[in-house]
Design a protein around this ligand. Structure first.
Ligand SMILES: Nc1ncnc2c1ncn2[C@@H]1O[C@H](COP(=O)(O)OP(=O)(O)OP(=O)(O)O)[C@@H](O)[C@H]1O
Length: 258
């Protein structure tokens, strides 16, 4: 059976500027996959190539054997309807209540009627601990609650694949831990695979089954594997520095003063 998501030899560029090349990864059903790397190495850009927001300069992104970027617009729309997404800002509609925000993708992605949509949205808000906040406006939620509401919206249609860009950025350690537990719980309940970008070591070690590390200097991946394992086995100094929070080694382009 084809992998849920298979990325081969992706090349990422903005104009003539190379961001990453030779990016290959596979995500199987139920896998929690992390995208790691220093600031500006191309993690968010990779996510945009994967969800169909930005065409890559080369390589393939295949879902269940279907080549996304070689598909026509109708096929792409159909593939996109299987993704749940949470970008950094949570991007809730400010003029809609929390409940209305969660109902919105259900109207777009499912054939449920209005009553069924509301029932499902309330159930999902219960999962993320926001049942009592259904009628709140996004502006009246804390940062962590907004993330959880964004996650509720992303998972409401029970998509087989979730993309989360730095879901715990800006959260205190307890809220961050809660979000990790929630992601594990969602995988357990729905069987979804999760691709997430994160700098947070506790999250990476607690929930990621597999990962790729994008290097800003060589502009290519320099490690693959479970972050917890890589912390012990990676021999590239940049990966070790990231996973052990050491001062990174100077890049080849930097002059070191003595
Ligand atoms: N629309 C764009 N046009 C041109 N360059 C861009 C564009 N978006 C991002 N870049 C550049 O591409 C590189 C990768 O950006 P990206 O946001 O993917 O990095 P990142 O790894 O997610 O960074 P961070 O961890 O800081 O969020 C950066 O140098 C950025 O300046």
């Amino acid at each position: 059976m084809a992998a849920l998501l298979d990325v081969k030899d992706l090349e990422m560029r903005f104009g003539s500027r190379l961001i990453q090349r030779q990016v290959s990864l596979t995500v199987e059903r139920g896998c929690i996959f992390a995208v790691m790397g220093g600031s500006g190495c191309g993690k968010s850009t990779l996510l945009k190539h994967l969800v169909g927001l930005l065409p890559p300069a080369g390589g393939t992104v295949t879902y269940d054997g279907v080549d996304f970027w070689a598909s026509d617009e109708a096929q792409r729309r159909q593939l996109r309807s299987r993704f749940g997404m949470l970008f950094q800002s949570a991007a809730l509609w400010s003029s809609m209540t929390v409940l209305e925000n969660v109902c919105l993708p259900l109207a777009e992605q499912t054939t449920l009627n209005a009553k069924e949509r509301e029932h499902k949205a309330r159930e999902v808000l219960e999962w993320v601990g926001l049942a009592a906040y259904a009628d709140f406006w996004p502006a009246d939620l804390s940062g962590g609650m907004k993330k959880r509401a964004g996650l509720a919206r992303a998972i409401a249609g029970e998509p087989p694949l979730l993309f989360l860009d730095e879901p715990s950025a800006g959260l205190d350690p307890i809220s961050s831990r809660r979000l990790d537990d929630l992601i594990l719980d969602i995988r357990e309940r729905t069987g979804a695979a999760v691709v997430f970008v994160s700098h947070e070591l506790p999250s990476l070690f607690a929930i990621a089954d597999d990962s790729i590390f994008l290097d800003a200097d060589s502009k290519q991946p320099i490690a693959h594997g479970r972050p917890r394992d890589l912390a012990g086995t990676a021999d590239h100094p940049t990966v070790r520095a990231f996973l052990h929070r050491e001062v990174p080694p100077p890049s080849p382009n930097e002059t070191v003063s003595t």
